[in-house]
Design a protein around this ligand. Structure first.
Ligand SMILES: NC(=O)c1ccc[n+]([C@@H]2O[C@H](COP(=O)([O-])OP(=O)(O)OC[C@H]3O[C@@H](n4cnc5c(N)ncnc54)[C@H](OP(=O)(O)O)[C@@H]3O)[C@@H](O)[C@H]2O)c1
Length: 282
């Protein structure tokens, strides 16, 4: 039983490869990467796969039974076609099952919605592929907030437009465990699952960060327009707009919901404190 994982050089792809390796043995795991040399240290067979090239995936998926398709990073309209390259190549190669890492959020109503809409289209493409499938809708990664700690300290607090919106956070380690289950447990086939922990506010996130990092940050909410302008100044038009849209989504409840993590994995999702502690001890 060979399971291939795309974007093996990335944070989520490599976490899934490492988890699968431990559970089913490295000889059964294939990492697919746009830049194969970046994934060599994973210690599994690495094959080349750029989402822009169906030919790459026609070769990379030879002899593969199941694929974990990690969502791409490109502009939303390009992503749909890139993911279709993988789905088509999987069909033509006789791959039996596709597991897709999608995202929670709303496909309408904020500046992040075009990305969510592109993920929903890939979900539909997978459901229509005729293959077995399982889809996870990931909550927001907690790691970027933790990696941003020096900036938060410099700013004296966490400042964004989420107000008191609840957000379901997760970590790539937690997701890796869930995707191992989705790839290997056939009872989970042909369903879509929300994957995140107990939703929290930015006030609770700030409190958890203060406790772990011994800081005195405060949370301050500003308007969607002001936050988006600041993010665009710092990150450029595309990424600034996306981040502005994410926090608008949190403010309006689009990243809140009921998680299926324990139904997928058989255990509770780690708490925010546990995820931060795991991050600090890695
Ligand atoms: N839930 C969240 O909070 C959240 C946040 C950010 C992103 N995401 C989504 O989750 C995905 C995985 O996140 P991550 O943290 O693992 O991202 P990451 O660490 O930045 O990794 C991105 C990966 O995508 C690969 N890639 C980029 N363009 C590609 C292409 N044309 N063909 C094949 N591979 C390509 C990169 O390969 P190279 O090494 O060759 O560059 C890299 O391996 C992202 O792609 C995005 O869709 C989710």
């Amino acid at each position: 039983m060979k399971i291939a994982v795309t974007t093996a050089s990335g944070n989520l792809g490599s976490a899934i490869v490492n988890h699968l390796k431990r559970e089913i043995g490295r000889e059964n795991v294939i990492g697919i990467a746009r830049t194969p040399e970046k994934a060599k240290s994973l210690g599994v067979e690495i094959r080349k796969g750029d989402y822009n090239s169906k030919e790459d995936f026609l070769s990379a998926l030879k002899g593969v039974d199941k694929i974990v398709l990690v969502s791409g990073m490109d502009h939303p309209d390009k992503r749909i076609l890139q993911h279709r390259n993988v789905i088509e190549a999987a069909k033509e190669n006789g791959v039996k099952k596709i597991v897709y890492t999608s995202i929670i959020g709303s496909s309408e109503g904020n500046a992040f919605s075009p990305i969510v809409a592109s993920n929903r289209q890939t979900e539909e493409d997978i459901k229509n592929s005729g293959l077995q499938w399982a889809i996870g809708r990931n909550g927001l990664y907690i790691e970027p907030d933790l990696e941003y700690i020096d900036n938060y300290i410099k700013d004296g607090g966490i400042i964004n437009s989420a107000a008191d919106g609840l957000c379901g956070y997760t970590s790539r380690q937690e997701l890796a465990y869930a995707y191992f289950k989705l790839a290997t447990d056939e009872k989970l086939n042909n369903k879509t699952y929300n994957l995140f922990g107990e939703p929290i506010t930015q006030y609770e996130l700030t409190k958890a960060i203060n406790k772990a990092f011994n800081t005195n940050l405060v949370y301050k909410s500003i308007s969607v327009a002001d936050f988006t302008t600041k993010r665009k100044e710092a990150l450029g038009e595309f990424l600034g707009t996306v981040i502005g849209g994410i926090y608008e989504g949190i403010r309006t409840g689009k990243f809140n919901g009921i998680s299926d993590f324990s139904a997928v994995t058989g255990r509770s999702h780690k708490s925010v404190d546990e995820m931060i502690s795991e991050f600090l001890n890695k």
